[in-house]
Design a protein around this ligand. Structure first.
Ligand code: SF4
Length: 327
């Protein structure tokens, strides 16, 4: 498979918002290191899961790829071309081909816009098709995502739909421009447990039908096994482990990955954890620990862990880990 997206040394630091006096007397500028030197690729037609706790930088990474944010440094190639070298026209084309499904469908839909108008809106922005064609495309996509009867729901407003239906609206809106790449940012986090599996099943089905490539962002590693081909685990702005879904699930090497896997509920009352719970709280990305940023919480840490920052190294074919101690 060819690479659709290549991320090289991507960094995004957000300057700290300080008060006037703090700004006046502060010796150094503070930064939130949201994404801290991340490199990976997404192949055409694959689903890459980007997994980690809240605040680890996974959503920022997704938004950087779509150029909803500008990076501090680094490069993003889309179809082998840097997105930062795109002309205005190429950028508009890219916006059609790269879409996003937001976490909270209620917040990402205007309460004053009917479902049909919301789904058609990207076509209006891109000035493609006339009014009648737009409606026809909209109804067709509504049927594809299971919003039926489409004609009836077309005129409804977000508050008149269930949570699962609203999530389907957001998916339909992302697909209406016929994209090839979709960032799905926690697409099931706000859905009831009963509809989560249905949404993931729908996404997998649409991927086949529309030949899509997904970046699936989630804090729940367990859900990756329903949809992902590969997974990348993020901790404090860095990727600490990456590999095929099977390899990472069977042979997790980084202690943080092992912890996330242990957090997946097992329907067996006799099951006991084998991996210890990480110590303490996740440190601040404003002032991350030196060396391996996981060392204050890691049960396997040795003295060098607080001094040397581990590189992400390929240990087996397509299995990358940033932990020299457990490798
Ligand atoms: Fe733990 Fe050290 Fe490995 Fe970091 S490098 S995960 S602190 S053992």
């Amino acid at each position: 498979m060819d690479d659709l997206i290549i991320i090289r040394d991507l960094i995004k630091y957000f300057p700290l918002q300080k008060g006037f006096l703090d700004r006046l007397f502060a010796k150094e500028k503070g930064f939130v290191r949201a994404v801290d030197n991340v490199s990976f690729t997404i192949k055409k037609g694959e689903v890459l899961g980007l997994v980690g706790e809240s605040g680890c930088g996974k959503t920022t990474t997704g938004r950087l790829i779509l150029r909803l944010l500008e990076p501090t440094s680094g490069d993003i190639l889309y179809n082998e071309k840097s997105v930062f070298s795109f002309t205005k026209k190429e950028m508009e084309k890219m916006r059609e081909k790269m879409q996003i499904v937001f976490q909270d469908p209620y917040a990402s839909l205007s309460p004053r816009m009917s479902i049909g108008k919301a789904i058609e809106h990207p076509l209006v922005i891109h000035n493609s098709h006339d009014k009648a064609e737009r409606k026809e495309i909209c109804l067709r996509i509504m049927e594809k995502v299971g919003l039926e009867p489409a004609e009836f729901l077309y005129k409804k407003y977000p508050h008149q739909l269930s949570g699962g239906q609203r999530q389907r609206v957001v998916i339909a809106r992302a697909l209406v421009t016929n994209p090839e790449f979709v960032v799905a940012d926690e697409p099931i986090a706000m859905a009831d447990v009963s509809v989560r599996a249905l949404i993931l099943e729908l996404m997998a089905q649409l991927k086949e039908e529309f030949d899509l490539t997904y970046l699936y962002i989630t804090h729940d590693l367990a859900t990756c096994k329903y949809i992902c081909d590969r997974v990348a685990i993020m901790y404090l702005g860095k990727i600490v482990e990456m590999g095929s879904l099977e390899e990472v699930f069977k042979n997790p090497i980084h202690p943080y990955t092992a912890t996330l896997l242990e957090a997946v509920p097992v329907p067996d009352p006799k099951y006991r954890r084998t991996e210890p719970i990480p110590k303490g709280e996740i440190p601040s990305p404003i002032n991350p620990p030196p060396g391996c940023s996981f060392h204050p919480r890691c049960h396997y840490a040795v003295s060098t862990c607080s001094q040397e920052e581990p590189d992400l190294k390929e240990l087996r074919q397509e299995h990358w880990v940033a932990c020299p101690i457990r490798s």
